[in-house]
Design a protein around this ligand. Sequence first.
Ligand SMILES: C[S@@+](CC[C@H](N)C(=O)[O-])C[C@H]1O[C@@H](n2cnc3c(N)ncnc32)[C@H](O)[C@@H]1O
Length: 440
Amino acid sequence: MIREWLDANPIGIEDGLRHDKWCAMMWPRLRLLHELLAEDGSLWVTLDDNEAQRGKLILDEVFGEHCFVTNIVWQARYSVSNDTDVSLSHNHILVYSKHKDTWKKLRNELPRDETQAKQYSNNDDDPKGPWRAIPWDAPNVRENLSYPITTPSGAVRFPPRGRCWSREEAKWKEIVAAGLDYYGQNGDGAPSYKRYLEDAGTVVPTTWWPHTNSGHTDEASKELAAFNLDVPFQTPKPLRLLEKILTIATRPDSVVLDSFAGSGTTGHAVLSLNKRDGGNRRFILVQLDEENGKANADNLTAERVRRVINGYDFTGTQKTQFLRERLNWRAIEKAGDLVDKVQGIENLHGHEYDRITKQVKDGELIVTGERRVSISSSGEFVIRPLPDVTRASGSKQRRFARQLRASLTYCSFATQRTEMWRCRPMAMALGPFSKLASTT
Ligand SMILES: C[S@@+](CC[C@H](N)C(=O)[O-])C[C@H]1O[C@@H](n2cnc3c(N)ncnc32)[C@H](O)[C@@H]1O
């Protein structure tokens, strides 16, 4: 029904009802994803600024407000667009779980990244290696946590005004006995203790995901270009982003469902994580066949996964599409802006590619970077088909949902591309991919 309605009502960028139509498209899909999600699983939704707030309201309604875990801000772009008022740097990742308290206990922490490790140093040549001073004082005023501490120089310290020590005196004495107490470089500053990098372990995920440790869209385009699929696709996600999400949200036996799979980054990331930790995560990728026949489940999503699975040696021309813009009257009126944009691309990326091509095809201007590359990887995989529920009745689909119990579902949207969501029911493009071995 929704498909017929959307087909009869093409959605343009100036359509006053575009947000209502987006909500109408999302509602049944998120309801279905909620049904498919395991009781201890989580849903991760990447949205840009166009629909993030509406996405949050729909998700609050579908899951219940109490199931909202967080809104992660991912720095998707590091470059600045000079042709706009405020250059967009981030995307939102909305996270929901069916039972927030249980999920909190199940979710994983992240390995310490380079920036976090740099907070540790070794300015006193400690044989245990890099360390950092953790202050002993904490907020609050508590009488039993306000005991005196004597520094090596003999000065007596109490907690700063309005604060107390973080633990009881007995704990501090253990720290002193272990030789971990520290009072600043002069030896008579505020009490703190040494925490060594080698004992620091993993870190709790935060809501700020900079491109330095979560990847960016440029990197994602390059990763996809390495497969030389010759299928234009503008909105891939970087492998590092998906690996990070999977690290937090999955166990080695999890089932991962990406219902808007695009270039199949999620499948690639599952395979890569399985390889790293010997896990047996399985994945289901859903991708609709775009009507123009360009990016579809078989020639894009499945093909990338196939190549990761079989390994790929590639020597040839790698192409990255930087711009694809319809040349309508509006674009012609603002031709100067378009030329500036193309020149900006040439300035920014010219040195990374052998050449930047500009082509007008089927009423669109396409700007592509091309370079010769040589890549090699290998792997060993078996693809096991899942039951085809595309033509199944409602009750059969519900049975499948119960069997599936996905541990994590992920969807990502670039909502300014309105044509993307003039789409068919999700189940029509259910992909038959499941991992049994490991690769990449
Ligand atoms: C932003 S892209 C996803 C990018 C993906 N995470 C990647 O790394 O390539 C969204 C994708 O969802 C697809 N799509 C849109 N509506 C869909 C639907 N109803 N069912 C399945 N896929 C859909 C679009 O064709 C597009 O490929």
